[in-house]
Design a protein around this ligand. Structure first.
Ligand code: ATP
Length: 365
């Protein structure tokens, strides 16, 4: 079993800065968990504590059923892949991959077998006698992963391993690492600031901000049910639209008042929100839940807005729109008839709306 448990984990750097604030997380055996969040949120610090590269200030880290706080990195049975690959430039690929095993005094035959098997899995057998400088970025990245695989660790740790690759290669390597995880059936903890990477790779994602965990869940769960405004805005591209609004009663219905216009809340949801009547709220709606074509559904609310920007992306069009002092983004079908600087009727799918408390940022349910 190679579950990883973080219990009340705190990291305080020598200058007194607390980068990780009492984190609790249980990563299951064979699970692929992605830590994601903006720069400085403490994700790398967390990973480095699991690796043993940073001391734990408070709390515990368990790998399997062993508390590893005081276990040296080399004895934790983990392997880490870094952003810069950290390959030895003077050694060929084979020697780079074999290095950790040689240090651990593995027999030569065993080293040979493990390196060749890993090279086969990663499709780099033909590169074994090359030096790192003779490799492309993607190939170097595979070697770095290969060096981790040969160790047959209980847990793989990845710190932004794809961020030095170009966009296309990143997509390919994302899929390869996911496949690799299924093949190796090993626990993986992966750190990235890229929410797309997190969404596409993780069994579960952990969204962090300012050293705190904001939400943990399966990618779609987090996407559909963000627990606070930060998560709602961080996950999804283009991001969720937010509108400052007030909950009001209009003609007997609960509605969100945007200042110059009101949107009716479908009756099946009103009971959730009664206690916020006449209070300020933040109304959130994802760009794909806004249309410029009549959706033939009465629960969608409509109003007129001005088209400020049109971005045709082929399979879809991104529209930037404005209405009074609100601006928002819609993701519409490629056959949209909307024209720049003209007024268009937009439809909001009110069943998909999110409401947040403007003071706490927490979702209102
Ligand atoms: P990035 O994606 O930019 O690497 P991150 O989420 O991985 O960000 P960390 O590297 O974990 O963030 O850093 C978390 C916070 O701790 C940051 O504010 C950073 O400035 C601070 N920090 C990191 N290392 C140290 C250190 N040695 N001393 C003091 N503060 C540090």
């Amino acid at each position: 079993m190679s579950e990883v448990i973080l219990k009340d984990l705190v990291k305080r750097y020598p200058n007194g800065f607390q980068a990780v604030n009492s984190i609790n997380l249980e990563i299951q055996d064979k699970e692929f968990v992605v830590l994601v969040g903006p720069s400085g949120c403490g994700k790398s610090t967390t990973l480095r504590m699991v690796a043993g590269l940073e001391e734990v200030s408070e709390g515990q880290i368990l790998i399997g059923d062993r508390v590893v706080n005081d276990v040296a990195p080399k004895d934790r049975n983990i392997a880490m892949v870094f952003q810069n690959y950290a390959l030895y430039p003077h050694m060929d690929v084979f020697t780079n991959m074999a290095f950790g095993l040689k240090l651990r005094k593995f027999p030569k035959d065993e080293i040979d077998k493990r390196v060749k098997d890993a090279a086969e899995i990663l499709g780099i057998t033909q590169l074994l006698d090359r030096k790192p400088k003779q490799l492309s970025g993607g190939q170097r990245q595979r070697v770095a992963v290969g060096r981790a695989i040969v160790r047959d660790p209980e847990v793989f740790l990845f710190d932004e391993p794809l961020s030095n690759l170009d966009a296309k290669l990143r997509v390919t390597m994302r899929a390869e690492l996911s496949k690799l995880q299924h093949r190796l059936e090993t626990t993986m903890i992966y750190v990235t600031h890229d929410q797309v990477e997190a969404m596409t790779m993780g069994d579960r994602i952990v969204i962090m901000k300012d050293g705190y965990i904001q939400q943990v869940g399966a990618p779609l769960e987090v996407y559909d049910f963000p627990q606070n405004e930060f998560v709602a805005g961080f996950i999804g591209s283009p991001p969720m639209n937010f509108f400052r609004a007030k909950l009001v009663k209009a003609n007997g219905n609960l509605a969100v008042d945007m200042g110059n216009f009101q949107l009716k809340i479908p009756s099946q949801y009103t009971s959730f929100y009664d206690k916020y009547l006449n209070k300020d709220v933040n109304f959130g709606l994802r760009p794909e839940d806004i249309s410029d074509i009549y959706p033939e559904d009465e629960t969608w609310e409509k109003f007129k807005a001005v088209v400020e920007v049109i971005e045709p992306l082929g399979a879809e069009i991104i529209l930037e729109l404005s209405k009074a002092d609100h601006s928002f983004v819609a993701r519409v079908a490629p056959h949209s008839k909307s024209k720049l600087n003209e007024e268009v009727t937009v439809y909001f799918d009110m069943r998909k709306m999110h409401l947040f408390d403007p003071e706490t940022g927490k979702v209102i349910v």
